[in-house]
Design a protein around this ligand. Structure first.
Ligand SMILES: [Zn+2]
Length: 335
């Protein structure tokens, strides 16, 4: 079992499964669609270019703090990151991350601060990526995921893992350098597999983690171990968590999951044996659902539809064949 307390590999709620037919299979996965930002990594070491880009009047800056940024509704049903020109940005003592350039030449920076800036109006509100990722445009979601991932890494890698000295930020937020031993430390991304398992009857395997609220089921998931292929990780995690043997494994899509540093790699997997033996440690319960059984369970409220930002819900929809009921679906209290 590759359980970790520092990060949530099995994040969303989901089910597992099969054929990938229907419109649901074509729905974009939040944070997966490209937002049209060129990260322009070749500029990161060029301090003169960065200084000029920072002070350019069209440059846009937002503040990230503790995984949150300010967002505001535009009054027309869309939500945007609150961005400002650099001359309005609170630069003192901040870490400055260069995030990239859009196709109109606008440069984007994030500032990591100890707190989000106050605003005179009350329109802007702080939001984390789990909420904002569902509301923001693909461009803004990509910018925020990039900034939050850098912030998470910067906060926890202030000291050299080779010699213990304090490291200094470089490459516009994408590198930390050790002045004592010269080591260069780059942001980490930890691969995690997340998979919808189906059996020969095209039922989907859903599991419940021990600490989840009642009724919440999702796809199985876990971290890839050193020296392990993604396919082997899928097979191992399903065996460890649910005792189910998996044969064929198909890659579907990936999703950045900077909570704090994961990349979720989504798979469809086919079981070769339906017997379930949950580990009881990470997974408390696992069940096979036919589509009809899952639909019934959603309707009665026995199972909560996976919702939110995670790729898990898209994997379930691929198998289920239609969008899943929203989080408010199911019987109402007293109704
Ligand atoms: Zn060092």
């Amino acid at each position: 079992m590759t359980t970790r307390t520092d990060s949530t590999a099995a994040a969303g709620a989901g089910t597992g499964g099969g054929t990938g037919t229907g419109a649901a299979a074509d729905r974009p996965i939040t944070l997966t669609a490209t937002g049209g930002i060129d990260r322009a990594a070749h500029h990161r070491m060029n301090e003169a270019w960065l200084a000029a880009a920072w002070s350019h009047p069209t440059t846009r800056v937002f503040v990230v703090s503790g995984g949150q940024a300010l967002v505001e509704d535009d009054g027309e049903g869309s939500t945007e990151l609150v961005m400002m020109p650099s001359f309005d940005a609170p630069f003192t003592e901040a870490h400055r991350y260069f995030l990239g350039v859009d196709d109109e030449g606008v440069r984007y920076f994030a500032l990591q601060k100890d707190s989000l800036p106050g605003r005179m109006d009350d329109i802007a509100r702080p939001a984390g990526l789990r909420e904002a990722g569902l509301l923001l445009s693909a461009r803004d979601a990509e910018l925020m995921a990039h900034a939050v991932g850098l912030e998470n890494w910067q906060r926890t890698h202030r000291f050299c893992s080779r010699c213990g000295e304090r490291t200094v930020i470089a490459a516009a937020g994408h590198l930390r350098r050790c002045p004592a031993c010269g080591a260069e430390h780059y942001p980490r991304t930890d691969p995690a597999v997340i998979m919808l398992v189906t059996d020969e009857k095209d039922r989907a395997l859903l599991g419940r983690q021990v600490h989840w609220p009642e009724g919440r089921f999702s796809t199985l998931a876990g971290f890839v171990e050193p020296g392990e292929s993604l396919e082997a990780a899928v097979i191992r995690e399903v065996a460890e968590e649910a005792g189910v043997t998996v044969g064929h494994v198909d890659y579907v899509a990936s999703q950045p999951w900077p909570f704090p540093a994961s990349l979720m790699l989504g798979f469809m997997a086919r079981a070769t044996s339906p017997e379930i033996h949950v580990d009881g440690d990470e997974i408390e319960e696992a069940r096979w659902f036919s589509r009809d059984e899952l639909r019934e369970a959603f309707t009665t409220g026995e199972v909560r539809a996976p919702s939110g930002i995670s790729i898990a819900s898209r994997l379930v929809e691929r198998w289920y064949g239609e969008p899943l009921p929203g989080p408010g679906a199911g019987p109402r209290p007293g109704g």
